[in-house]
Design a protein around this ligand. Structure first.
Ligand SMILES: [Zn+2]
Length: 266
């Protein structure tokens, strides 16, 4: 019987054009996407799934990382940091210090998911090998979303990075399992979590909205449409087999059904 607890920690709300978040639907309409990360308390350790948006980047994008991120200035106009807190601040309110985090599992390395990895230098970072490689040499529009300030700490020789390929069972007991869901990016992954009363799948960005997940309408800037759709179906199939609830990462309605910390899903 699992005794995991899951906390949803929102770091910001970032509003995209609806047609970007949900493939060509409702152009001109805003889509206010939450930017959460999640803390999982497992009897053998603490897991953080994603790390949200970096406030250091928002404060000074032009000097964020080796080459800065000046292209973010325009995109940041719709970012609302007041809607959330940094993961470190969230952890503090839950009674944890950054060094208490044992594992950081990253769905992918986009700016809204991997923004504070360097705040957890004692953690083992679990990320897909394909994502690590692609993040340092992305194509086209994908270049907007991979910031050197976010990902360069992973190249530090002191960094404890585990580059995974297939499914990865974090504790070896089946209760926290990362599985590949490429498409949004080449090395995207989702996370299955067993709780005491239910199982959930933290889908990440297989789709950016609930309707996108249900109707297979992915973000317009996704790396591969074909792989994205296969991954949505993989998540649906896994949810059907396990009875897990799927949580769509950016979807405001999905997020509003989750408790705010210090309350947790049990
Ligand atoms: Zn995202």
């Amino acid at each position: 019987m699992s005794t995991n607890s899951l906390y949803r920690l929102n770091t910001a709300i970032w509003t995209l054009d609806h047609s970007a978040a949900v493939q060509l639907q409702q152009p001109g309409e805003p889509y206010p996407g939450w930017c959460p990360c999640y803390l999982i308390e497992h009897p053998e350790g603490l897991v953080l799934f994603d790390t949200g948006v970096s406030r250091a980047m928002v404060d000074d994008p032009e000097s964020y990382g080796p080459n800065g991120a000046p292209h973010m200035l325009e995109l940041l106009e719709t970012l609302d940091l007041e809607a959330g807190k940094s993961p470190v601040d969230h952890l503090e309110t839950l009674g944890y210090a950054p060094e208490d985090v044992d594992y950081v599992v990253l769905s992918h390395l986009h700016v809204d998911h991997a923004g504070n990895v360097d705040a957890f230098p004692d953690a083992e970072v679990i990320v897909r090998k394909a994502e690590l490689r692609y993040a340092f040499w992305p194509d086209g529009a994908q270049r907007l979303f991979y910031l050197e300030g976010d990902i360069s700490p992973l190249r530090d020789l002191e960094a404890d990075v585990t580059a995974i390929t297939g499914e990865y069972d974090v504790f070896g007991d089946g209760s926290v399992v990362a599985f590949p869901t490429p498409g949004h990016t080449p090395g995207h992954q989702s996370l299955s979590v067993e709780l005491g009363s239910r199982d959930v799948i933290l889908a990440g960005d297989v789709a950016n909205s609930r309707v996108g997940y249900e109707e297979e309408l992915v973000a317009a800037f996704s790396w591969s449409l074909e792989d994205s759709i296969e991954s949505i179906r993989r998540v649906k199939d896994r949810a059907r087999r396990t009875g897990a609830e799927v949580i769509v990462h950016h979807d405001p309605d999905d997020q509003e059904t989750l408790p705010d910390p210090p309350a947790a899903l049990e």
